[in-house]
Design a protein around this ligand. Structure first.
Ligand SMILES: [Zn+2]
Length: 422
């Protein structure tokens, strides 16, 4: 029956996603690792592994011999088997990164964008940047797609820029569609801050709690990670944090309201009064904490990071002063560890997640038998064969029960498809 066929097809893709997420997290793994982490049967895992080896996404990394039982084949991700391009579209610049399947930024470039740039100007700059970053070589054939992280407001679901603040040519522009047509590659469009919070979640792993990424770079935005996923809101436009009012009689903002956090902050910053700008931002952050009860606040963006210590000190001070019950209310405030590439890298990771992600797999390595690369005692011999279906696999599970329990390697939050997060 047609329906059965369709279901089987779906299941195969889903299972591949499960196995790939283990590979992208643990880097090296055995069949038993996947069985324990996913709940799939050993037979199903063997089939998927064989297919992924044939596709070049994973490969045999050798054989691990345990004290008792038969040896187990160890597999590893092939990082350069697939790539994604990530783009951070800001008001003045376009930053591009090339990210491999393991999530490593391999190349990074920045190009200026014309003042008040048009969609056509962005597409041209994007294309020439991608040509440069892929070097015109065979990386192009291994590109999964392009992730765009852009200023909003925008409609993530439909790939539309609704009304980018401060840019006159960006009303209801179907950016995802026109970029796909122009580049001939799948394109994923998201808000800059949503891409940025995805990168932070990758960095922190599955224990990443409710978090806001506060970005100051020409404008001010907030990316939110709530309940284990990026929060985009009812219209996928969450994050216009800079356009919350902090001064009823304040100056007129680009959004048409008076006294927005962004305009009040920017006036102080433009006058060179960074301590005051930091205090304005801190008030907004405390407002957020009162509303959302966050575990973590990450401060990011080029304009903020130029004075990172000042902003960090002021936001920390405000959070301490205003959280009245420090014995049970605590919020970590940190600067982004990903620097200027955070948005572009997050946009690329979203593309990889969509194609190679996994839903609902919280942790890996709780059970015995996880032959992870982080296990110091896992002596691995060179591969005896490049095939993914070694007969040694049949006893991998028994063999690996002799391995000391491996420190849990959290399946990165980025290891889930975006569709499951939304
Ligand atoms: Zn505003």
């Amino acid at each position: 029956m047609t329906r059965t066929t369709a279901d089987v097809t779906f299941l195969r893709g889903y299972n591949q996603g499960l196995v790939m997420a283990v590979g992208r997290t643990a880097r090296t793994f055995e069949r038993s690792t996947v069985v324990h982490a996913t709940g799939l049967t050993p037979q199903a895992v063997s089939k998927v592994i064989a297919r992924l080896v044939a596709d070049g996404l994973i490969r045999s990394a050798g054989v691990r011999r345990a004290a008792v039982g038969k040896p187990a084949v160890v597999y590893e991700l092939v990082p350069d088997s697939r790539y994604a391009i990530g783009a951070h579209v800001a008001r003045r610049t376009l930053r591009l990164v090339l990210v491999d399947l393991a999530g490593t930024v391999r190349h990074s470039t920045v190009s200026p964008l014309p003042s008040d740039f048009t969609p056509e100007q962005l597409l041209r700059t994007l294309k020439s940047g991608i040509d440069t970053i892929t070097g015109g070589n065979d990386v192009r054939g291994r590109l999964t797609g392009v992730g765009l992280g852009m200023i909003g407001p925008l409609d993530h679901e439909h790939g539309l820029i609704r009304d980018a603040h401060g840019l006159r040519h960006w009303h209801d522009v179907p950016l995802r569609e026109i970029t796909e047509a122009y580049l001939g590659l799948p394109v994923h469009l998201d808000k800059d801050v949503a891409a940025g919070i995805t990168a932070e979640a990758w960095r922190h792993g599955a224990t990443f709690g409710d978090t806001a990424l506060i970005m100051v770079e020409s404008g001010i935005g907030g990316g939110f990670w709530l309940g284990g996923g990026a929060h985009r809101g009812a219209h996928t436009n969450a994050g216009e944090f800079g356009h919350t009012v902090v001064d009823l009689d304040g100056p007129l903002c680009v959004c048409g309201r008076h006294g927005c956090l962004e305009i009040v902050h920017n006036q102080a910053a433009d006058a060179g009064n960074i301590p005051r700008a930091a205090r304005v931002l801190a008030i907004g952050v405390v407002n957020l904490l009162q509303t959302l009860d966050l575990a973590h606040v990450v401060l990011a963006g080029a304009d903020l990071l130029r004075h990172g210590d000042t902003y960090l000190a002021e936001v920390e001070r405000a959070v301490r002063a205003d959280a009245r019950r420090r014995d049970w209310l605590s919020t970590d405030v940190t600067l982004s560890s990903l620097g200027a590439d955070a948005i572009a890298a997050g946009a690329a990771m979203q593309v990889l997640d969509q194609h190679y992600g996994i839903p609902g797999l919280a942790r890996l390595g709780h059970s015995p038998g996880a032959g992870l690369s982080r296990s110091p005692g896992a002596a691995v011999e060179p591969p005896a064969s490049e095939t993914g279906t070694s007969p040694l696999d049949g006893d991998a599970q028994e063999a690996s029960t002799r391995v000391p329990e491996v420190q849990p390697a959290a399946v990165v939050a980025g290891g889930r498809p975006l569709a499951q997060r939304e």
